[in-house]
Design a protein. Structure first.
Length: 218
């Protein structure tokens, strides 16, 4: 009589992909906090005017052009020509770029350090400008723990495009089901899940560590 099969872990039974063995981190608002409001609330006192400026002039769609490979100089010149009355404010987007950041997220830093000590492979995937990446990388010592970082502007493709996730697979040598992808943007999480990644929607920094322990990554 054959020996009875070993019972599977609960997480394996719940997820046909099994357990991941590596973690793939987004950067902005997962490892470091970034928001244009952190800067522009200093420059535009009226809340309604601030909302209009960020909703109509310096929008996320406009900014995402740098994530896809354009320079800040290019997009700022074009926007300033379109909205000359706001030119000084538009120019501040890059001139005062560091002021959009409010530091690293301590819970994520602690988790990355723990993963590194545990020997778990750690990688990064970020929508970010080539110009911005060196300064962001200097904001926390935990970036040294990331073995591979795919920066969107270096490849001309941004999340949630499946092509950038396929690039991660190629660069890391790992299959999607072998990685847990951590991101704060629901559209990116959904795209990764459709491609077979394990996913964690980062909304509460305190929830990340327990999730990693549940998956056996810590």
């Amino acid at each position: 009589m054959p020996a009875p099969a070993e019972p599977r872990a609960a997480s394996d039974m719940e997820d046909p992909k099994g357990r991941p063995k590596a973690v793939l981190f987004d950067v902005g608002n997962v490892i470091v906090r970034w928001s244009p409001r952190t800067l522009y609330s200093k420059l535009i006192a009226d809340p309604a005017a601030l909302d209009r400026f960020l909703g109509e002039v310096c929008t996320m769609d406009w900014h995402s052009q740098t994530d896809a490979g354009r320079t800040f100089g290019e997009i700022i010149a074009e926007r300033s020509a379109l909205y000359p009355e706001h030119a000084p404010l538009i120019e501040a987007w890059w001139a005062r770029w560091p002021e959009m950041f409010s530091g690293a997220i301590p819970e994520t830093e602690a988790v990355i350090e723990a993963l590194h000590a545990h020997g778990t492979p750690i990688h990064g995937l970020t929508n970010m400008s080539r110009e911005a990446w060196p300064g962001v990388r200097a904001m926390s010592p935990v970036f040294r723990c990331l073995q591979t970082v795919v920066v969107s502007a270096e490849h001309g493709v941004i999340k949630p495009d499946p092509a950038i996730f396929r690039l991660v697979v190629k660069r890391t040598g790992l299959e999607p089901h072998e990685m847990l992808f951590v991101d704060d943007v629901a559209a990116n999480i959904d795209a990764a899940a459709r491609l077979g990644f394990h996913v964690h929607h980062f909304t509460d920094p305190a929830a990340l560590g327990p999730q990693l322990r549940t998956l056996g990554l810590l």
